[in-house]
Design a protein around this ligand. Structure first.
Ligand SMILES: [Mg+2]
Length: 118
């Protein structure tokens, strides 16, 4: 079971992911609404894995991924994408993301993808 941080600007999506992962036995140790908030939290908290939304205000997922991988290369990052973001997903995978989850998703999609890495 993994210690997970959820980063998404949608409060509803953060809640859905938190509930799904918690029910599957994982521990959601933090959540953040954008990349900048996530990086501040990472100065204090070390998750095993981060779910990272691509489209967010202040600092988007691609910029956050670059900084997370530069500073914390051991943390696994799963991108959360929307339809039509194939190019950004490819860029993220080249930049060190482990995999991606495309919205809309079902709870089992979340569990399956996380279980590959944690
Ligand atoms: Mg978003």
């Amino acid at each position: 079971m993994a210690k997970i941080m959820i980063v998404d600007d949608s409060r509803i999506l953060r809640k859905i992911l938190t509930n799904t992962l918690t029910e599957a036995g994982h521990e959601v140790i933090a959540d953040a609404g954008n990349g900048k908030e996530a990086l501040l939290l990472l100065e204090k908290i070390k998750p095993d894995l981060i779910t990272l939304d691509i489209t967010m205000p202040v600092m988007d997922g691609l910029e956050a991924l670059t900084q997370i991988k530069a500073n914390y290369p051991d943390i696994k990052v799963i991108m959360v994408s929307a339809a039509g973001q194939k190019n950004k997903v490819m860029e993220a995978l080249k930049g060190g993301a482990s995999d991606f989850l495309q919205k809309p998703f079902e709870p089992e999609d979340v569990i399956n993808i996380i279980s590959k890495f944690a």
